[in-house]
Design a protein around this ligand. Structure first.
Ligand code: NAG
Ligand code: NAG
Length: 216
């Protein structure tokens, strides 16, 4: 009987961990990341709590604009568990995103997080696309103070459609949301995906695939 209830408890916890896509909840007040630990765990190993100090829960510099001089004209400044060790195991993080005029945060997904974007300044066109077979595109133009949510795992993008720079703060439901930028993952993988696979997938000729691969 005890074995049966143990089995049920294990099965229940397994099914819960499958249902809840967000980060697992913490089992202690905090587990400040120890960047020097060699232990491989899901997340980062905990620093000795006796050595934890206020600075472990602190990050400075989100007032500084990211450098948008790059081919897409945008820059993400992440504050994930790697940058802010106190976020380890807490299932939440934040980022600043800067956009030059017409700058683009290209189509990408976060495999582990829903994102809530707050536009602090400027005008952004934002959108996301649902999964197959509908591939429905939800699109909206945001103004200063507007908030938009990108559901976990869905391909989304932002583009600056205003006259000046734009800046947004993204809150993410993971300490380490991950980013899969579609073009980079598909055309810039290392080693690369066979050209004829991509040619057939995208219904393009080999030369066009070679050209796209040279860009990423
Ligand atoms: C921004 O990035 C560009 C391209 O990498 C570089 O040339 C430039 O010096 C950077 N600007 C600043 C202020 O760091
Ligand atoms: C494209 O490249 C593949 C090998 O990567 C080759 O088998 C195929 O014949 C090529 N197709 C064309 C139309 O050149």
């Amino acid at each position: 009987m005890a074995n049966l209830s143990l089995l049920l408890a294990v099965l229940l916890s397994l099914s819960l961990s499958v249902v809840l896509a967000a980060d697992a909840s913490a089992l202690q007040d905090f587990c400040v990341a120890d960047p020097k630990s060699q232990v491989l765990v899901n997340g980062l190993a905990c620093k000795d709590p006796k050595l934890v100090e206020a600075n472990d829960f602190f990050f400075s510099g989100l007032n500084i604009a990211g450098n948008t001089t790059n081919p897409v004209g945008s820059r993400v400044t992440p504050v994930f568990a790697t940058q802010l060790p106190g976020l380890n195991t807490l299932g939440i993080s934040i980022a600043r995103i800067d956009y030059a005029p017409w700058g683009l945060n290209p189509p990408h997904t976060h495999p582990r997080a829903t994102e809530v974007l707050t536009l602090l300044d400027g005008t952004l066109e934002v959108g996301f696309v649902t999964s197959n077979p509908e591939n429905r595109h939800f699109r909206k133009v945001l103004h200063k103070g507007d908030v938009f949510v990108f559901p976990i795992g869905l391909v989304h993008y932002q583009r600056n459609v205003g006259y000046g720079n734009a800046v947004a703060i993204a809150a993410l439901s993971s300490q380490n949301p991950g980013v899969i930028t579609i073009a980079n993952a598909v055309f810039g993988s290392n080693p690369s995906i066979a050209g004829d696979v991509l040619a057939k997938a995208f219904q393009l000729d080999n030369a066009t695939i070679n050209y796209l691969e040279s860009k990423f």
